[in-house]
Write a protein that binds this ligand. Structure first.
Ligand SMILES: [Zn+2]
Ligand SMILES: [Zn+2]
Length: 442
């Protein structure tokens, strides 16, 4: 099946689910914005739209779209989401309320931006029961076509369900010329896939959780383009950027049809979310999501490699509570997640202690993994973040001990079971965290 045939489709899958792809159009071409007046016609009988951008994306694409709408006889209002201090806007309940209050008229919402603007508009559109489309301005993350919003509420990173956009539209020249760090962040986000799909299969193996191979296989023709030619990303090669942008979009489609972020979010995302939460605790800034995810993906691929060499696993009992002194004010919210996971940890020990099950798990996981070396090379050759010290925390390069502590505690912050939990149960974390970081992220 061609990927584009999926758009707006509904079909029975071998996984047992009936999948529906709510996004009906994906346009990545020179004149893609020309489709916007038609989309407004389709989704807004009153021929009205509200364009939402930040001050950067308004300049990069918003003004052009507005002019196009006006010349087509469509009324287009705009709202510029305010920056948070001297930083970009953030996805939190306060900003959401500001935006929701702007949505008074009927019509279509147009998000013009990348991660933050897309999530804010998706959230507001869902609450106001409005259709929305997104004009993407960077290949920076894999949330364009997803139904999920990643927000911060009371300091905790939460993921919750909203609605996917009706259309995702991008102009190659805007995507290619976006700040390069945003593009390498997108590359980092999409490289999470081997680890996250292995983690998904791990949950399926241990707990018989729902799992869909079709969602995993969606990217299989796109992955080789950037994995084998990362320098093409660096050289702004149009085909490589198209593959990257498509991979990010279809990765979000995979999450939407599976009804879970599991196809594209595993242990590597928990490390990134931990850094985000610590930054909220410390009231300071953290690095781009995809940059944190890319670096963490190298480390988690290396962790999988290390654990898969173990022939006779010896499990230890997990801690019965989270590390309070480490989490500080975040302890109560993290503790709740961790307590929900403890029964899964006990179950994992019980299952993997039985003869042959460890071997069977290794066989089930192997097809998903890519060598850590491959991920490292890809990010390195694309001039993306690939060392812990490439990441910034509070605007300065991250400290090794701080990064190691985030890795050692990341399994406590979500109830999702991942390879981090297996590593903790085997004692590989925290014992070998320092060595793994030295070997792979220095
Ligand atoms: Zn399926
Ligand atoms: Zn991500």
């Amino acid at each position: 099946m061609e990927l584009t045939e999926l758009l707006g489709s509904s079909f029975d899958c071998a996984c047992g689910k009936h999948h529906t792809v709510p996004t009906e159009e994906f346009i990545y071409e020179k004149n893609s914005f020309g489709a916007i007046p038609r989309l407004i016609d389709t989704y807004s009988p009153q021929k009205r739209c509200l364009l939402i951008a930040d001050r950067r994306t308004y300049g990069a694409a918003g003004q052009e779209i507005e002019a196009l709408c006006e010349s087509s006889g469509v009324r287009c209002d705009h709202f510029i989401v305010p920056d948070s201090g001297d930083e970009s806007p953030v996805v939190d309940d306060r900003t959401r309320d500001v935006l929701v209050n702007q949505i008074t008229d009927p019509g279509l919402l147009i998000a013009v931006g990348s991660g933050v603007i897309n999530d804010l508009v998706k959230w507001a559109a869902f609450l106001k029961d409005k259709p929305y489309i997104v004009a993407a301005t960077a290949a920076s993350m894999n949330g364009y076509g997803s139904a999920n919003v990643a927000a911060t509420i009371d300091g905790l990173k939460v993921l919750f369900h909203a609605a996917a956009p009706k259309a995702v539209i991008a102009k190659p020249d805007i995507i290619i010329n976006a700040p390069y760090e945003l593009s390498t962040a997108g590359l980092g986000d999409v490289l999470a896939k081997p680890v996250s799909s292995a983690d998904w299969r791990l949950n399926n193996f241990l707990f018989e959780d729902y799992y869909c191979q079709f969602s995993i296989d969606l990217l299989k023709d796109l992955e080789p383009v950037y994995l084998q030619g990362p320098q093409k990303i660096k050289n702004r090669n149009p085909d490589a950027f198209k593959a990257l942008f498509m991979a990010l979009f279809y990765s979000s489609v995979a999450m939407t049809i599976a009804g879970t972020s599991s196809p594209a979010s595993g242990a590597e995302h928990l490390i990134s979310h931990t850094l985000d939460m610590l930054a909220a605790r410390d009231r300071c800034s953290h690095d781009l999501h995809g940059r944190q995810v890319g670096v963490s993906s190298i480390l988690m691929a290396a962790l999988y490699e290390r654990l898969m060499t173990i022939e006779h696993p010896q499990f230890r009992e997990p801690a019965t509570a989270v590390d309070g002194p480490f989490w500080g004010a975040l302890t109560p919210i993290v503790e709740k997640e961790y307590q929900e996971k403890l029964p899964k940890m006990a179950q994992a020990i019980a299952i993997l202690s039985q003869p042959d099950n460890w071997e069977a798990l290794r066989a089930a996981i192997a097809p998903h993994l890519l060598p850590a070396r491959k991920l490292k090379e890809c990010l390195q050759r694309a001039k993306a973040a690939h060392r812990y010290s490439d990441l910034r925390y509070d605007k300065v390069p991250i400290d090794k001990d701080f990064f190691a502590a985030a890795v050692n505690h990341a399994n406590q912050m979500r109830n999702r079971f991942t390879i981090l939990d297996i590593a903790v149960l085997l004692g590989v974390l925290p014992q070998e965290t320092g060595d793994l970081i030295n070997n792979w992220l220095s």
